[in-house]
Design a protein around this ligand. Structure first.
Ligand code: PDD
Length: 282
């Protein structure tokens, strides 16, 4: 049985196929907006406070006045989750600068467009968790403000498609030979039992799982550090991991066609994955 998806658009709840945005919306014309992807497990939002705070920061960075307050956002998100039957869901939120005659500069007196939608959570296939994922590396050709969760994702889209074209599921991006992030994930290196990620600066999105991975490492007594990571280190890693709202924590076992470590999901992945599952239930 298919579920009719209800979405939220500018104050109204309506069926997905009735939701319409005018073609002059600046999200459509310029990619002028920001978004969030929030998981909900068994009807409960996971790390909602962190996602809400990042949405507020992204809006502030692109100078869109936050259209809703904390209670307003919480209401939209929890209403959408409550209206759908899937045990695990992901909620997509998007705010654009609104509808206006095409001109690059900000329009005056325009209300932002607010859209939100809940979908069934796209759990990674068991085979992917058992065998691990393939990834490729490519130069990071995006702009210099990847800390903003912008809907302008052309660089990410092209990188992900290059991965898919190569039979991989993710593209690990490098700027000047140094790791930045995946096309839609943060990347973690495991070497000698230590987990390393890159510093949270403007070249990477501060994933909500950045904090989650750090907390889980502490809980599991796994040494954790943020530092610059060179390309060569990726190929000398014992394990590589990806993290994102939808992939949670996922092992990368092949990089550019070469095995990572022993070429199978490693013990640090397994501990972090188990700890992540426990955190979801807590
Ligand atoms: N993307 N870096 C990029 C470029 C991302 O797009 C994402 C997530 C992350 C991980 O962030 P978080 O842990 O908050 O999900 C890092 C989402 C899932 C997406 O665009 O679908």
């Amino acid at each position: 049985m298919t579920t009719t998806q209800t979405v939220y658009l500018n104050g109204e709840y309506l069926p997905l196929d009735e939701a319409r945005v005018p073609v002059l919306d600046r999200g459509f014309i310029f990619g002028d907006g920001v978004y969030e992807v929030v998981p909900a497990y068994q009807g409960r939002l996971f790390r909602w406070g962190e996602h809400r705070a990042r949405l507020a920061r992204s809006l502030d960075r692109i100078r869109i006045t936050d259209p809703l307050d904390d209670a307003g956002w919480a209401d939209v998100v929890s209403t959408l989750v409550a209206r759908h039957p899937w045990p695990d869901q992901m909620v997509y939120l998007q705010v654009t600068r609104g509808v206006a005659k095409r001109d690059h500069a900000f329009p005056k007196g325009v209300e932002p467009t607010v859209f939100a939608m809940a979908s069934e959570f796209p759990h990674a296939a068991p085979a992917l968790r058992e065998q691990g994922a393939s990834a490729i590396t490519l130069p990071d050709e995006r702009w210099l403000h990847n800390d903003i969760k912008s809907i302008s994702l052309l660089g990410n889209v092209l990188a992900r498609q290059a991965a898919v074209d190569a039979g991989a599921i993710e593209c690990v991006m490098l700027r000047d030979g140094m790791l930045t992030e995946g096309s839609a994930s943060n990347v973690w290196l495991v070497r000698g039992g230590r987990v390393a990620g890159v510093p949270k600066d403007q070249l990477v999105l501060g994933g909500i799982r950045f904090g989650v991975v750090e907390t889980l490492c502490r809980q599991c007594s796994i040494p954790f550090e943020l530092r610059r990571i060179a390309r060569e280190e990726l190929f000398a890693a014992d394990e590589l991991l990806l993290s994102s709202a939808t992939r949670e924590v996922l092992p990368v076992t092949r990089l550019d066609g070469r095995p990572v470590g022993r070429g199978v999901p490693g013990p640090v992945y397994q501990r972090l994955y188990d700890a992540y599952q426990a955190a979801k239930r807590a």
